[in-house]
Design a protein around this ligand. Structure first.
Ligand SMILES: [Fe+2]
Length: 162
């Protein structure tokens, strides 16, 4: 299986603030089949991972809420080539990268393991799919400009010990 995702060494020090913000009286907006909120910059201040990344890349931070009992079919992200995720709430979900076999009936899959508030960089130019079996799943996600590729961000994270 190829290099689909990379787990950062560090967690987001802002994650507790993000959780608190998400659970406050915020207004979500519906975007296709997910709910979305933007996160004010003040919530993300003093987070070393985000500050370091933002010294090099323009970041678009969002929180996305996926409905329970929903499956997002195989796709590549249209608006970005690389994403950086951490789970805010709802652990029972599966994100997999996959490559179809010859007749397309089966896929070789590579599951992204989210655990203990880890931060995962994902190459979303590759086919991936999400199965949400449990409670609504809330994900903090950073988008990068469309010109930025996964390997560039991954190498930057390694060089900066993120
Ligand atoms: Fe996606």
């Amino acid at each position: 299986m190829s290099d689909n995702y990379y787990e950062l060494k560090n967690k987001l020090s802002s994650l507790q603030n993000i959780r608190a913000y998400v659970n406050s009286d915020v207004v979500w907006y519906r975007h296709y089949d997910v709910d979305v909120i933007e996160i004010p910059n003040i919530i993300l201040e003093n987070d070393i991972v985000l500050e370091t990344l933002s010294s090099k890349f323009k970041l678009t931070p969002l929180v996305i809420r996926f409905d329970s009992k929903k499956w997002h079919r195989w796709h590549v992200d249209a608006v970005r080539n690389v994403g950086l995720n951490s789970i805010v709430q709802g652990a029972v979900g599966h994100t997999v990268f996959g490559v179809p076999n010859k007749d397309g009936h089966y896929y070789e899959i590579d599951e992204v393991i989210y655990k203990n508030d880890n931060v995962i960089l994902l190459d979303v130019t590759k086919q991936h799919s999400i199965l949400n079996l449990g409670e609504p799943r809330v994900v903090f996600t950073i988008g990068f400009p469309k010109t930025v590729m996964y390997n560039e961000v991954k190498n930057f994270c390694i060089e900066n010990n993120l």
